[in-house]
Structures are given as C-alpha cells and as structure tokens.
Design a protein around this ligand. Structure first.
Ligand code: ADP
Ligand code: MG
Length: 238
C-alpha cells in the first residue's frame, strides 16, 4: 500500500475545465471518500488516478513515486467499477483468475490468490458457478474479488453500490470497509451518496464543480461545514 498525494491537478475536456486544481492527500492505510453531486468531476479524478485519462497539469504521487505520466499497468492500482463487468461465460473462479492469467502468473500462485480473495469475500462455495447463477450482491463481490486478487498499492472504487438495491447496498458497504481493513489497504472511494460517505470514510473530500470545497474527518465536516455548499450537501441541519 501507499499514500496518495494529488497536487494542483487540472483536466479539461474540450473547453470545459472539469478539474480546476485539485489537491488530495490520503495517508497510507486510510479509507478516503470523494463525495459530491453528479457531474462534479469524481469519476474523472478517479480515472486520472488509475491512469485511464491523462492530467493536463499537476502531479499524482503514490508514496514517493511520481506516477502522473505512467501507464495504468505501471501504477499498481486496482479499480472496482460502477457496473460489474464479469465475463458471463466464465465461472467465478475463472473470472477471478483472468487478470492473473493475462499476467502469466503460474498456476499455483493463481490458485493461492484466488483462494485468498474468495475466502475474504465469502465466495469460496460459489467458485464453480456462472455469473447468471449469482445474486446481485454476490456478483458485486466477484467484481471486487477481481480487483483484490492482485495486491495493489491503491484500491479505487467508483460508485460500486449504485446498481444494488437498498438492503444489498448496506451489506456490500460493510463488506467493502471490512475488506479494506483486512487488506491493510489504501482506498479511494467515489460516491454521490452522503450516507455512504459518512459511514465509510476515515477522511472525506467534498467535491463541487471540479474543486475540493472541504476535506476532513466525517464528523468534523458534518459539525463544521466550511461553505454553504458543504452545509447543504453534507452538514448537520443548522
Ligand atoms: P461525476 O463522476 O462526478 O458525476 P464526471 O467526472 O463523470 O463527474 O464528469 C465531470 C464532467 O466532465 C461532466 O460534465 C462530464 O460530462 C464531463 N466529462 C467526463 N468525461 C468526459 C469525456 N471523456 N469527454 C468530455 N466530457 C467529459
Ligand atoms: Mg461518476
């Protein structure tokens, strides 16, 4: 795992400045939540961290490594997406092993890592099933398994609960935090859901129109919102 330091990060799409100089610092082992309304730039920031988009200016560091201009494969980051893209014709075991096979990992190591990930996520009894034989929550757990089957310096989540119903959302939310604690990971989690942010985070970054309006511990932000926007979006009713 590694700390994350984002400094003065800017990104334009055409004429639109989507990130206007973002600073984010997540200490090693912390669970950070980026929260803000739809369109404020959360996914863009996450994609820049993952290397799926390139920054215009600014810097991204993992620990003491400057990764700003590195390709995704050289960053050692794992990402869980909003829609869990499982391969429908592959079993859970094959879905979990897929990325490791691509990296030419040897069979014994693959088996070991698949066992570790599936034990951690309660998927051990489901390894021979196909995705269509799983519930929504189980599928989301396989998607997480695909991300954690490889040890990464940083785990990124982009609204991973948004396709689940309310009951499952609460369950998988607990799973994600438990997983983070067991991995001893550094995590950055994106959501527009205030409750998710407040319950999951060690540290929250409130994003609005491409800028961080406030950062801090959940209660600190709740009790002392810095701006009208933060008060309306996250703060306690005055
Ligand atoms: P969020 O995840 O907070 O909802 P996004 O980061 O997805 O926000 O998008 C922020 C803004 O950037 C939106 O206005 C969106 O339309 C725009 N945007 C995102 N990706 C692209 C892209 N590849 N090309 C053009 N505009 C984009
Ligand atoms: Mg988004």
């Amino acid at each position: 795992m590694a700390s994350v330091t984002v400094t003065a990060l800017k990104k334009k799409f055409g004429q639109t400045e989507v990130l206007k100089g973002v600073d984010v610092r997540v200490p090693e082992g912390h669970f950070a939540v980026l929260v803000g309304p739809s369109g404020c730039g959360k996914s863009t920031l996450l994609r820049l961290l993952a290397g799926l988009e390139e920054a215009d200016t600014g810097k991204i560091e993992l620990g003491d490594r400057d990764v700003t201009r590195l390709e995704p494969r050289d960053r050692n980051i794992a990402m869980v997406f909003q829609s869990y893209a499982l391969y429908p014709h592959l079993t859970v075991r094959e879905n979990l092993a897929f990325g490791l096979k691509l990296r030419k990992t040897d069979a014994a190591e693959i088996e070991k890592q698949v066992k570790r990930a599936s034990d951690m996520l309660g998927l051990a009894a489901l390894l021979d099933r196909l995705p269509k034989q799983l519930s929504g929550g189980q599928r989301q757990r396989v998607a997480m398994g695909r991300a954690i089957v490889r040890k990464a310096d940083l785990y990124l989540y982009d609204e991973p609960l948004s396709n689940l119903d309310a009951a499952l959302r609460a369950q998988v939310r607990v799973d994600i935090r438990k997983l983070h604690d067991e991995l001893g990971a550094t995590s950055v989690y994106v959501t527009h859901d205030q409750v998710e942010a407040m319950t999951l985070a060690d540290v929250i970054f409130v994003l609005n129109k491409g800028q961080v309006e406030q950062s801090g511990a959940p209660l600190e932000i709740f009790d002392k919102p810095a701006t009208k926007f933060v008060a309306a979006f996250l703060g306690s009713p005055a």
